[in-house]
Design a protein around this ligand. Sequence first.
Ligand SMILES: Cc1ncc(C[n+]2csc(CCOP(=O)(O)OP(=O)(O)O)c2C)c(N)n1
Ligand code: SF4
Ligand SMILES: [Mg+2]
Length: 351
Amino acid sequence: MTYIAKPKLHHPSLQPNRVGYTRRDYEGRISTLCAGCGHDSISAAIIQACWELDIEPHLVAKLSGIGCSSKTPDYFLGASHGFNTVHGRMPSALTGANLANRNLLYLGVSGDGDSASIGLGQFANAMRRGVRMAYIVENNGVYGLTKGQFSATADQGSKSKKGVVNSDSPVDLVGLALQLGATYVARSFSGDKEQLVPLIKGAMAHGGAALIDVISPCVTFNNHSGSTKSYDYVRQHNDAVSRIDFITPGKEITAQYAPGSVVQVQQHDGSMLHLRKLHEHYDPTDRYGAMAYMQTHQARGEIVTGLLYVDPLATDLHTALNTSELPLNTMDTTRLCPGTKVLEKINAALR
Ligand SMILES: Cc1ncc(C[n+]2csc(CCOP(=O)(O)OP(=O)(O)O)c2C)c(N)n1
Ligand code: SF4
Ligand SMILES: [Mg+2]
């Protein structure tokens, strides 16, 4: 972690949003990542998305694991709640926090090592349980923090900086999330802010488990020819299924689209996602179609990006468990501890 605080200077030209905050109010401390690291661009996109969404910073909880990517929550949303877990254990800490207080917006930030190597089981179970969260993987195909070993998302046949060929099959987090029942699944590129910002906004407004796998080149260890996670490779092989416009609940829709060129999806909170089709037959509400499309294009070496799947009526773990609407910290003792008689009744029912 860095301890270099940014001076609190607000340029008078900075626009406040509807809750009175400027973009600077969503920033954090000064980044210590390598200059050009994709992860810094993702932090900038998160800041932009939260500012545009008029989010109250104290209503966000950001959680991460260990890695260069997992350090980044220190560099945005400095006034929000934050928790750094053990490597690969962010999803279970996030699940617990979410169950204790459903009134916060949960932002999980992780790396490909954190989520696909050591934390794969944690990742899978958070997705299949439908924990309401925006889960962002900053995917560079290597363990950046520990000096560039292949991670589980490195493509088979891709080369390390020193020329070593990766012989293992890759874990595809998007494919897994689709299979496990995640209800908002996207892939993006740290170098494409125009695509990434609305995807983050859509994920934060989503009612269930949302995953965005963001290819985020590691300029120090994985940005050479032979890598499939370099800036050049991603730019040359990017196949976007749509461009997304996020429209906040209740906002007038003024854009004009040609008939049939846009898929409109209304989420549970009233927000609208307008997906301007780049592939005529792509249907983002068809889970199996999305899986087939992904696999076909992946086999050709293409990186499919955009909102790949969304279930606008998604529900979450709280709905499944029928939990209380109230956060635990707002309940008084009588509610939290209903007494010996109730406990005896529960125990009797379990015998
Ligand atoms: C339990 C445990 N095992 C191993 C490590 C060493 N370690 C620290 S970060 C890391 C990998 C990080 O890779 P990734 O999640 O892809 O993040 P990146 O640095 O690439 O952004 C490893 C193996 C650790 N900190 N804790
Ligand atoms: S080592 Fe790689 S992932 Fe880590 S900060 Fe540097 S460029 Fe980013
Ligand atoms: Mg990594």
